[in-house]
Design a protein around this ligand. Structure first.
Ligand code: NAP
Ligand code: MG
Length: 402
């Protein structure tokens, strides 16, 4: 068979530990035998980030702006232990944080549905995608402990010196306060990313806040979304036969539990943090979840939702067998290849991505899986494969389809 051609390179961001091992296996077994793989390679492994003073991360984000589509391996976010382990010059920031800040996007996470791994919520027939706003609110808040009686106020000082004050509370005893903020520009780009992604994936979009209680703060989110929808997306949504639905967060939570799934749920930063953990565990596992950062300028960065699976890597280093699930990392590649195929008018590349995803699902549905899935599957007597053999089994299914 002739290899499938590519015209524009993917931005390839390599990573750390067990996922770095899987990364190479996926390329060797599932990609390069079938595709004339074109990538611009950036090594975001911690050693290279340290050697380049993290310039490589910045370069990879700039390359994403240039080419439009990136695929990223999981990477270590350094902490004190990693400082020592890798003898780091500095406690480098999370690459995801750096890339997100440069591309200004929203993170979309979707469970990968497969027969034999059933959602805990009976009514869920299709995956629910969480779209999490990744800027501000409680994550950028300033907090204070109030020691005793006294007055706390919100004060805004404009550049010309004029002040606006609002009483928070006249304390008669000890207490706590917190100041949160967000930016219209960030909320706007969040909204654009969500509307574009809904059109792209042909799904309904839900959005919810607590605007009845938070009449200025949360209401601003609601208003910005509505304004952007009405003026820029309504027509396209109607044409595509999908809808935008706003409701109160309490109502959204209640409806999600009774829904069939198959929609995008846009969440404010905190709601998205909490609800994505609920959605992913109710659907099965972090290793069965796709994750894509979509920027309002139309750049896409695909990754796995899980980390570098450190515990498995140390076993691997000791020469012990591992059974690490590569599905989320494979889906990062297929997501990126499919998008590249769409943008470059290469239907055979997109079709390959579809087939590779199907091969992953067929492998699992035939009872061959990694240990994490074997523990939760409804399939009887599953065959537990090691990391390498699982990928080889997927290749077997893929070859049948090609
Ligand atoms: P993790 O890599 O997500 O793994 C936590 C545990 O979840 C594993 O020990 C394993 O459980 C299970 N698991 C996760 N992915 C799996 C897979 N593909 N197959 C099978 N089991 C899987 O989180 P972590 O160990 O807390 O973090 C390790 C490193 O990843 C950290 O340095 C962190 O900074 C980084 N991280 C990176 C990203 C990213 O780049 N997007 C995200 C999160 C964390 P068992 O051990 O029970 O088998
Ligand atoms: Mg969380």
């Amino acid at each position: 068979m002739e290899k499938i051609k590519m015209t524009t390179p993917l931005v390839e961001m390599d990573g750390d530990e067990m996922t770095r091992i899987l990364w190479q296996m996926i390329k060797d077994e599932l990609l390069t035998p079938f595709i004339d793989l074109k990538t611009e390679y950036y090594d975001l492994g911690l050693e290279e980030r340290n050697r380049t003073d993290d310039q490589v991360t910045i370069d990879s984000a700039n390359a994403t702006k240039k080419y439009g589509v990136a695929v990223k391996c999981a990477t270590i976010t350094p902490n004190a232990a990693r400082m020592k382990e890798y003898n780091l010059k500095e406690m480098w920031k999370s690459p995801n944080g750096t890339i997100r800040a440069m591309l200004d996007g929203t993170v979309f996470r979707t469970p990968i549905a497969v027969k034999g791994i059933e959602p805990n919520v009976k009514t869920w027939k299709k995956p629910i995608t969480i779209a999490r706003h990744a800027y501000g609110d409680v994550y950028k808040a300033t907090e204070m402990k109030i020691p005793g009686a006294g007055k706390a106020e919100l004060v805004y000082t404009a550049e010309d010196g004029t002040e606006v004050r609002k009483l928070i509370h006249n304390f008669t005893g000890a207490g706590i306060i917190q100041g949160q903020h967000n930016l219209d520009a960030s909320i706007e780009s969040f909204a654009h990313s969500c509307f574009k992604y809904a059109l792209d994936t042909h799904q309904e979009l839900w959005f919810a806040t607590k605007d009845t209680i938070s009449k200025k703060y949360d209401h601003t989110f609601k208003d910005i979304f509505q304004e952007i929808y009405d003026t820029q997306y309504k027509e396209a949504f109607e044409k595509a036969g999908i809808s935008y639905f706003y409701t109160l967060i309490d109502d959204a939570v209640a409806r999600v539990m009774k829904s069939e799934g198959g929609f995008i749920w846009a969440c404010k930063n905190y709601d998205g943090d909490v609800m994505s953990d609920m959605i992913s565990s109710a659907f099965g596992s972090l290793a069965m979840m796709t994750s894509v950062l979509v920027s309002p300028d139309g750049y896409y960065e695909y990754e796995a939702a899980h980390g570098t699976v450190q515990r498995h890597y140390y076993k691997h280093l000791k020469g012990e067998e591992t059974s690490t699930n590569s599905v989320a990392t494979i889906f990062a590649w297929t997501g990126a290849l499919r998008k590249r195929g769409e943008l470059d008018g290469l239907p055979e590349l997109s079709a390959f991505a579809d087939k590779l995803e199907k091969a992953c699902l067929t492998t699992i549905e035939s009872g061959k899986m990694t240990k994490d899935l074997a523990l939760i599957t409804t399939i009887e007597n599953p065959v537990v494969l090691n990391s390498q053999d699982f990928i080889k089994a997927i290749r077997g299914e893929l070859e049948k389809m090609l």
